[in-house]
Design a binder for this molecule. Structure first.
Ligand code: ZN
Ligand code: ZN
Length: 419
């Protein structure tokens, strides 16, 4: 496809996979070397920055190393959604994730897990050219700008961009723990070793109570019996962990009916609305609320109550599932209450804990116009004076002082609590 004289071909999976691996590397560089991920959209960067600020303020250091998986390599998945201009396409693959959290003295947490990394990449639809006034933050310095301005040179840093350098950009990403990093053989050997050791202890106890000496046949029994008992233990562990995993994935399954009804109704009012879009959008809002040190000051936050203390302990959140509890659409205003099931890392009393959380969050939007996938809260245009600014950090236009009506363009958070 041709965009502003640049030939871009995205239908080609190889190219998308290259972008995917590059983004994974950039994400790793962000956590370990403080290097801003260039492929990340400004809103994605905002979430990452909030998280880093929060972790620093707690006196912690978190490193997330994203490495090549020992298992199968990346495979693209089909999910994609679009509006009249943009396509959001998902690419996912296996990566080995090492998470290390330290305070100033010692290591508090370390985990290595095979995981699935998924990235939603946005690029212009074949044959369509995004308007020059499309909000776009400078990939180099992060200043709010527009596509047209960036092509003629960023007003702040002067860097010029070609359309091909600006797309694709990663709108959302997620990391979900896949299978264990230890291979099955490794786990089986561990079970066998444990079983053999257990048998040895039992034999020793028996021989000591009998008052007789340890016999060669006892050791032979341990060597033969260990692997046998180990196999039984291994099967037991496998069945148990499978059930546990299933239970986790089934959390929230009861909300499927309401979720589908909500999406069906929203699509009647907004043809660009999709389940995938709303899942990504709402989880990204949840992360902003969890990672922000002063959520009440965020433009997206319209909550009357403060964020509960328990939620403020969370320093990292991984999506498991979500569903709609209830919704109402009245006079062009949509209110929706959601429940999220997440795996999270809590920091409390100097200790790091892994938890599974259930969080309720309410969102609101004025449904005036269809979803605009190119919309970014980090570079908005003031409807009163036309000035562009970053609405992630300020609620009122810095040029004319009028409050920015975010709710007409995007979802805002009206309530958040522990489920
Ligand atoms: Zn710039
Ligand atoms: Zn203004």
């Amino acid at each position: 496809m041709e965009i502003l004289g640049m030939n871009l071909e995205f239908s080609d999976n190889k190219k998308m996979n290259q972008y995917f691996h590059r983004f994974a590397g950039q994400l790793s560089d962000w956590y370990c070397r403080d290097k801003a991920p260039e492929l990340a959209s400004q809103d994605t960067r905002f979430v990452l920055e909030l998280q880093k600020e929060k972790i620093r303020a707690l006196g912690l250091n978190m490193q997330v190393q994203i490495r090549k998986s020992a298992a199968r390599d990346s495979a693209p998945f089909s999910c994609s959604y679009c509006d009249s201009v943009f396509v959001n396409s998902g690419v996912s693959g296996n990566k080995l994730i090492n998470t290390i959290i330290r305070d100033s003295q010692k290591e508090l947490y370390s985990k290595s897990a095979e995981s699935v990394v998924a990235a939603i990449m946005q690029y212009p639809k074949e044959g369509s050219v995004p308007a020059p006034d499309t909000a776009f933050s400078c990939p180099h310095c992060g200043a709010p700008s527009t596509l047209g301005k960036l092509e003629s040179g960023c007003e702040f840093c002067g860097t010029k961009f070609l359309m091909s350098e600006l797309y694709p950009k990663v709108m959302y990403y997620s990391i979900e723990e896949g299978y264990q990093s230890k291979s099955e053989i490794h786990r089986y050997l561990k079970c066998s070793g444990a079983a053999a050791l257990l048998m040895l202890i039992i034999f020793m106890v028996i021989r000591i109570t009998e008052g007789s000496g340890f016999q060669v046949s006892d050791i032979a029994a341990c060597i033969i019996g260990g692997p046998f008992l180990g196999a039984m233990m291994w099967i037991f562990v496998k069945i148990f962990s499978t059930f546990f995993q299933m239970g986790k994935d089934l959390r929230g399954a009861g909300k499927t009916g309401a979720s589908l009804r909500f999406c069906r109704e929203m699509r009647k009012l907004d043809p660009n609305f999709s389940t995938e879009y709303f899942r990504d959008k709402s989880f990204s809002l949840l992360k902003i609320m969890l990672y922000s040190r002063n959520p009440q000051e965020l433009t997206v936050c319209r909550c009357a109550k403060p964020v509960p203390e328990k939620l403020r302990e969370i320093v990292d959140a991984t999506y498991c599932n979500s569903g709609v509890n209830k919704y109402s659409i009245k006079d062009g205003v949509c209110d929706v209450s959601l429940t999220f099931y997440i795996d999270s890392i809590h920091y409390c009393g100097g200790r790091i804990r892994n938890k599974s959380d259930k969080i309720r969050m309410s969102l609101r939007k004025v449904i005036k116009k269809p979803t605009d996938l190119g919309f970014s809260v980090s570079s908005v245009t003031c409807p009163s004076c036309g000035g562009s600014f970053d609405a992630e950090k300020v609620k009122d236009c810095p040029f004319c002082g009028n409050p920015y009506p975010l709710i007409e363009n995007d979802w805002v958070v009206t309530d958040i609590s522990m489920g």
